[in-house]
Design a protein around this ligand. Structure first.
Ligand code: XIL
Length: 461
């Protein structure tokens, strides 16, 4: 396991008004080792959330399988999915996530057993003397179903108010604060080997809310209640990783608990500015360094693979760009900063391209994202001429060992060697100054280089 994420962008040729420039740019040129491999070498894991719909997106699954070694189901193990009506259980979606994880040698963080949100109405409508029985039955059935298949459970999710007091919800209303110990004991009885966590947001730094969590888990430990860890969700705003995060983690681990960064993202206003993307890289590095510095910080999980599947734009309108991969699943500065913080070395790969011929009327840019045995490549053709293009055919040569397995926005054949990408019925026309993008997935045997020269409709770009 060595060669992994390579992000490479090559501007192969640029012709501007008769002035010819040979331009080579490189970005995100991390020719390095997968995050999970780097993390494992440091004794931690690096995880991601995945939803069932993510499993049918081959770009997402390729990155997930290559880069991450822990999966948290985004929604599929929550109560509204697993027990939508009293006593009727649905584990299909959660099972799909587990099976993806198992087939990619990834572990699973079970998320979650008890939470005020994504809770079906029937639970909140129960008479209070029936809530405990329903909660225990739910925990027992779900934790038993996944027994031996989850590394950890977020047994109770988000139990605190911002001031550190216990949140009022169906469970605390019916049972008082004792519901948390009861939930932990019930989960432990069902799956004694799973690590049991309490998980919350805004408890990353030292503040009233994390003080509330600290007080509770201290008591639970003192009472011998089975609790193994505290999950710090870490839904950050760019530039706002608390400076007390490391000390806060340390006070929890000093109690004999594990800590984990369970849902990392770092949001900003969109479209993202390069200053914010740089700050995000600093933030990701700080979070990873904090975890590495604290023994018994067991790992870091990002909430989603990339910006395009992140929950942030839906939950915080106008904000986004919160993950390490951009909307096209290209690694962002935060990816490189994370790899570096994990001890990886990043090298920049540049490709020198020949100057374009005179009177070139096209520019082609392409970027590659590669893993152990696979890569995705996005290619953009720009019509720099004065005449419209009606129907295009772009010829280029794949590096040895690369074989295309699927393509989008173009039909490409053959699958390796000298290939030709042709427009599909909806994108054949490119006006002067206009662009068209397509891409493909390929397997490779080690050479992840991008094609260097392109011929459009018989003319080199
Ligand atoms: C989010 C999911 O990502 C969304 O798809 C869903 O609509 C709402 O929940 N804290 C948690 C996660 O513990 O379960 C939440 O996940 C994000 C905040």
């Amino acid at each position: 396991m060595s060669k992994t994420a390579t992000g490479l962008a090559v501007t192969s040729a640029l012709a501007v008004g008769g002035l010819l420039l040979a331009a080579v740019t490189s970005q995100a040129g991390a020719a390095g080792t997968a995050l999970k491999t780097l993390a494992e070498a440091k004794g931690i894991y690096f995880g991601t959330a995945l939803t069932q719909s993510n499993l049918s997106n081959s770009t997402i699954t390729a990155i997930a399988g290559a880069q991450f070694d822990m999966v948290t189901p985004g929604n599929e193990m929550k109560w509204d999915t697993t027990e939508p009506s009293n006593g009727s259980y649905n584990f299909g979606p959660g099972d799909a996530i587990v099976s993806f994880a198992q087939s990619h040698n990834m572990r699973v963080r079970g998320h979650n057993l008890v939470w005020h949100s994504q809770l079906p109405g029937w639970v909140s409508s129960l008479p209070s003397n029936q809530v405990q029985g329903a909660m225990e039955a739910h925990i027992t059935t779900e934790a038993t179903h996944y027994k031996g298949k989850v590394y950890a459970w977020d047994v109770v999710n988000e139990p605190f108010n911002e001031d550190g007091s216990l949140r009022a919800d169906a469970f605390s209303n019916a049972m008082g604060s004792g519901y948390i110990a009861d939930a932990l004991r019930t989960a432990h009885a069902a799956d004694p080997n799973a690590k049991l966590y309490l998980n919350d947001y805004n408890i990353e730094g030292q503040n009233a809310k994390s003080d509330g969590m600290y007080k509770l888990v201290s008591q639970l430990k003192a009472q011998g209640v089975p609790i193994d860890g505290v999950g710090l969700e870490s839904h950050f705003i760019v530039g706002q990783v608390p400076s007390s995060m490391r000390a806060n983690m340390q006070r929890f681990t000093a109690l004999g608990l594990d800590v984990a960064v369970t849902e990392l993202d770092d949001r900003m206003q969109t479209p993202a500015s390069s200053a914010n993307l740089a700050q995000q890289a600093t933030d990701y590095a700080a979070v990873v360094s904090n975890c590495l510095a604290v023994s018994h910080c067991v790992g870091v999980s990002q909430w989603g693979v990339g910006d395009a599947d992140s929950w942030i734009p839906g939950a915080f309108p106008g904000q986004g760009a919160a993950t390490m991969y951009d909307n096209n699943y290209q690694p962002k500065p935060a990816y490189n900063a994370t790899a570096t913080a994990l001890g990886g070395s990043t090298t920049t790969t540049t490709t020198t391209t020949p100057p374009p011929p005179p009177n070139s009327t096209c520019t082609v840019t392409d970027s590659v994202n590669a893993w152990n045995t696979g890569l995705t490549e996005s290619i953009t053709i720009t019509n720099t001429g004065t005449a419209p293009i009606n129907g295009w055919s772009l010829a280029f040569t794949l590096a040895g060992g690369q074989t295309i397995t699927s393509a989008w926005n173009a039909s490409i054949s053959p699958a390796s060697g000298q290939v030709t990408a042709k427009n599909v019925d909806y994108n054949g026309s490119v006006a002067p100054g206009g662009s068209v993008s397509f891409g493909f997935q390929a397997t490779h045997t080690g050479d992840t280089a991008a094609p260097g020269d392109f011929t459009l409709n018989g003319t080199r770009c």
